[in-house]
Design a protein around this ligand. Structure first.
Ligand SMILES: [Zn+2]
Length: 363
């Protein structure tokens, strides 16, 4: 049963915590200590009063003020998991028809004496993660001060991208959705041409790419937001993660674990096995290459080529991952070009098969 709030007396427990956890995406911490203190004071007057204290406890709810999204002249309160964001109804309504509808409903409820009033503002309860909502609202209010907005050369944390894709879509704020989606599209190409473009650019778009288990976040995001074109390459990236990350997920800064569903784990591991086979076939093709003796100028060519092939044959699923630029100084142009051509042909073919390899729906 939902705790009730005594709106008649307006004694809202809007506890103001100046909150300091500033890892990306987290501009507040809910404070269990404050909640404990509140409960302790309610129940400190002996056993006779315990039942009335318990009544009071069940009749009140503690809210925490967002540290970063709180405008004193705001006139509507968004509440996500007990975190309150004091914002402006006209501003939100201007940018989002979804917000407009929610705000109008909350205002009507207040006019008829229903609904919750916090700090004299009508309240809209949302189901969003408060950390993500803070990222989104900050971007909406003040994109100029956002360190990543319209700066694709500055790699953004995956949590930032994920929050903006989810809430940009949910509240239908297109420019925010486009900004975040663009980064995902750039690192999860759907065609081989897009892939080559990505390899040619020096931008990384997302921090720590492709490490940090972000492929797991991208897969989950693509599933929840219906973004199927991201999936084939996201699964390819996932295959390059250590198996324990694929199985158990990755720890995020906020203490949560981002993990794949068991179906997605199976999909990933089956696909990985298939990629290893494709890679072995490619290595066999490279191994069978015989240089043109007249133009073949370096005696080291065969030895280096063999060494590379041996290295990348051993259970390697990263058929896209190595390049031949390291050969530039020690392998003749003839051999290098020939190997590159064979590899790129195989990669293009594998790329076009990624959706099948991972048993994904064709888009
Ligand atoms: Zn050669």
């Amino acid at each position: 049963m939902e705790p009730r709030v005594n709106i008649n007396s307006r004694q809202m427990f809007l506890q103001i915590n100046n909150i300091n956890n500033m890892s990306v995406g987290s501009d507040f911490v809910s404070s269990p200590q404050a909640q404990r203190q509140s409960r302790t004071s309610s129940a400190s007057n002996g056993s006779k009063q315990r039942s009335s204290a318990t009544d009071r406890e069940s009749a009140t709810v503690t809210y925490y003020r967002s540290a970063n999204v709180w405008y004193e002249d705001g006139n509507i309160m968004l509440v996500a998991q007990k975190i309150a964001f004091k914002v402006h109804r006209s501003f939100l309504g201007k940018h989002s028809s979804v917000f407009l509808g929610m705000i109008e409903t909350a205002s009507k409820q207040r006019s008829s004496g229903k609904g919750l009033l916090l700090d004299d503002c009508p309240t809209v309860a949302v189901k969003d993660d408060p950390k993500e909502l803070a990222i989104f609202l900050n971007m909406l209010y003040d994109p100029g001060n956002d360190p990543y907005f319209r700066m694709p050369h500055k790699p953004a944390p995956i949590e930032w991208v994920s929050a903006l894709v989810k809430l940009g879509e949910q509240y239908q704020v297109q420019h925010i959705l486009d900004e975040a989606l663009n980064r995902l599209i750039c690192i999860c190409p759907y065609t081989f041409a897009e892939y080559k473009l990505m390899r040619a650019t020096t931008y990384t778009y997302i921090k720590d790419y492709p490490r940090g288990g972000m492929a797991i976040t991208i897969i989950n995001l693509a599933r929840s937001q219906n973004l199927p074109t991201l999936l084939p390459f996201a699964f390819y990236l996932c295959c390059q993660l250590p198996v324990d990350q694929v199985l158990h997920g990755v720890n995020r800064d906020d203490g949560t674990v981002e993990k794949l569903s068991s179906d997605e784990i199976v999909r990933c591991l089956n696909g990985k096995e298939e990629l290893v086979k494709k890679n072995v076939l490619l290595m066999q093709s490279l191994h069978s290459y015989r240089p043109n003796k007249e133009r073949h100028r370096k005696s080291e060519c065969s030895r280096l080529a063999m060494s590379t092939i041996a290295h990348h044959s051993a259970c390697c699923s990263d058929i896209m991952g190595y390049d031949f630029s390291a050969w530039e100084r020690c392998v003749c142009r003839e051999c290098r070009t020939a190997h590159e051509k064979i590899a790129n042909g195989a990669r293009e073919k594998v790329f076009s098969m990624l959706a099948d390899i991972f048993f994904l729906m064709k888009v």
